[in-house]
Ligand binder design. Structure first.
Ligand SMILES: [Zn+2]
Length: 136
């Protein structure tokens, strides 16, 4: 059964999954309806892949049209011209620009921390396998 038929059949209370289907495959009228209804559902953010996020795995795409989509990470309905395709270990995910910015700055902060550690600004792992051969 297609999402469209399922929504018609279930009348006024389509499920979140059905609405997500409509958002992808419905007509513009159906999509608008799905956007409205989806905003009433609580979002379930997915931060499982944050730690492995790399800017190089993300591609920012902008189009001439506003096309609604659900961000994989913050799980919110987004209506904007910019969306980001993110290659995770679990395949390509679409995220919003806000999440992209957060992930990108996270990566920058991590890089800075590693660079600072290398420069000796932050003492690293005292007593964690530091031997005399490490000291030059
Ligand atoms: Zn997002």
């Amino acid at each position: 059964m297609s999402d469209k038929k399922a929504v018609k059949k279930s009348g006024k209370n389509p499920t979140q999954a059905q609405l997500r289907g409509l958002l992808k495959h419905g007509t513009s009228k159906e999509r608008n309806k799905a956007i409205k209804l989806l905003k009433q559902f609580e979002s379930k953010p997915n931060n499982d892949y944050d730690d492995t996020a790399k800017k190089s795995d993300m591609h920012v795409k902008s189009s001439a049209f506003h096309r609604a989509f659900i961000c994989f990470r913050c799980d919110k309905v987004k209506q904007c011209q910019v969306k980001v395709s993110w290659a995770t270990s679990d395949g390509n995910k679409t995220i919003c620009h806000g999440c992209y910015t957060q992930l990108a700055s996270r990566e920058d902060i991590n890089k800075m921390r590693i660079a600072n550690q290398k420069a000796g600004l932050i003492p690293q792992g005292f007593g964690l396998g530091l031997t005399h051969s490490d000291i030059k």
